[in-house]
Design a protein around this ligand. Sequence first.
Ligand SMILES: Nc1ncnc2c1ncn2[C@@H]1O[C@H](COP(=O)(O)OP(=O)(O)O)[C@@H](O)[C@H]1O
Ligand SMILES: [Mg+2]
Length: 552
Amino acid sequence: MNRHVPVLLADGRAQWLLLTTPLRQALESQRCTAQVVRSEEIAETARLVETASAYKVVIVNLLYPSPGREDRLEPRGLEIIATIRSRERLADSQHPALVIALLQSAGDDDLERRAKGAGADKVLRWSELAPRTAGIKRLAKVIHDELSRRELIPLALDLEESDEPGVLTVIDDVGRPNLCLLIVDLAADLAEHRVERAKLGYVAPGASGAHVLRADLTMANGLQRTWLLKLSDKRKILKRELANARHVGGAYGSNLIIGYLSRHPVSHAGWHAIAMAFAADAVTLRSWLCDPRSAGQVPGVLSALFLGHGLARPYGRSTLAAERAIDAFFLPAFRRNRVRQAVAQLRPLLSETRAARVDNPGEIVQAIGAFVRYGRILGVEPDRCPGRLRTVAQHADLHGGNVLVLQEQHPQPCVVDLASHRSQHWAMDVARFTTDIVMRCLDPLAEGHFWDRWPAWRTTLGLLSRFEAIPDDPRNPAAVAALRWVVEQRPALLPLMAEEQRWQWHAALVEQLLRAACREELPTPKRVLGLVGAYDQLVLAEAAMGKLSVAF
Ligand SMILES: Nc1ncnc2c1ncn2[C@@H]1O[C@H](COP(=O)(O)OP(=O)(O)O)[C@@H](O)[C@H]1O
Ligand SMILES: [Mg+2]
């Protein structure tokens, strides 16, 4: 099969004389060879479509002059479309032609419906193809993409076979032709050479539900490019990620953010894609902090991540919102429901002697329930929680999977996944970041599934939240170094936390720990730590507010 596209133009009007050559050229720039045959007479067109199945594309004008009454137009193009389709049915054709119907004026919805009913794949208006617009180019692209999807022409790039289950899942979901078309469209935006071959590898399922792939591309001039390709059926999320990356770009140092390759997501058949350069020698901060050898380099990497032109730069520039501070910590309904399920599932482990062995399980469950349902912080009703909400610009999904460490001469951090970047409560980024380290980087392997280290995790969490010295832990030197760094850098990371606002830091940890308790991919002891840790933070938040009322 070759990329030859024979097109039958069933339209007698002289305008097409102007467009035949541009259409052929536009198809050629889609790397097809094209032959455009014009048929003026309706009888001749009928004969052509009756006898020849050689046309992969038929463009049909719908309105023809009525025989004998040249001034009256009749929708005789509908007959042509019906003939093509009935012929294909009779021949049991596996590869039906692409039929595009042309309307002369806008607003003829009835005719559009009838054309689709007769079997037209697409209905266009003549005005959309005006010579000075990009209409013909768009038409050629529609033709090319649709013929690729129908396998009427070979795909524009060679997608290497893979037996990696992750890649096969994506091909199943997105479809091989759409995947190729998405890559071709992303490359077209780059004004580089065209992509000739692509080899895909699976990176991660992605927390957002997007598919994240590594694409090794060979360009026509022999150059190699490696992209991180993110595919999603939700265009809005990808669009927001690109828009945020553009806005945010200037706020941080240029080394901190990996640039995206295009300004807009490209789309095919309900799937959308964006791409950025692939950081080849990078690991996530999560896995970097699980490696004891990283310990000595932790302060340098975290300083580059947060300080100077890093993430903490805007943390001191706050905006006073209309809401109360406590409103920032209410969980949305679906999360409240998930916390309720997690409590029901994990409750037996709270007092169990082989598990957490806490002596007040009833109190813990009740306190979490009252916080989640009413925003109550132990004995303090939400109305009595002091302060208005102050927001600052934050990453807003700052966990160790969204920070990469580039393994250069000196390890260098960079931030990915800016889809959530926004103004939010000043303590949230740091609460999310530290909770993630405790949950994923303290005893990350088999140990995380056992209970012997559980009391130590709880203690560490308590010390961290009070900004007290965290003892050495030879098993987790890098994670402990990271938590110590956060304790030391409190003024830079939480510049808005004066004594009156301290309860809000604890409340932010409550919110993050409850979210962690719901994450089924975490080991059960860590999820239980989420519940008990949240309770401990409620106690600290209440105490912090108690001190205030004494002081007043
Ligand atoms: N530019 C990149 N180079 C290498 N790996 C990356 C890059 N961007 C993301 N990753 C990896 O892919 C994972 C998922 O990407 P991310 O953008 O966070 O997707 P999601 O929004 O679905 O969480 C990251 O945790 C990281 O491991
Ligand atoms: Mg992510």
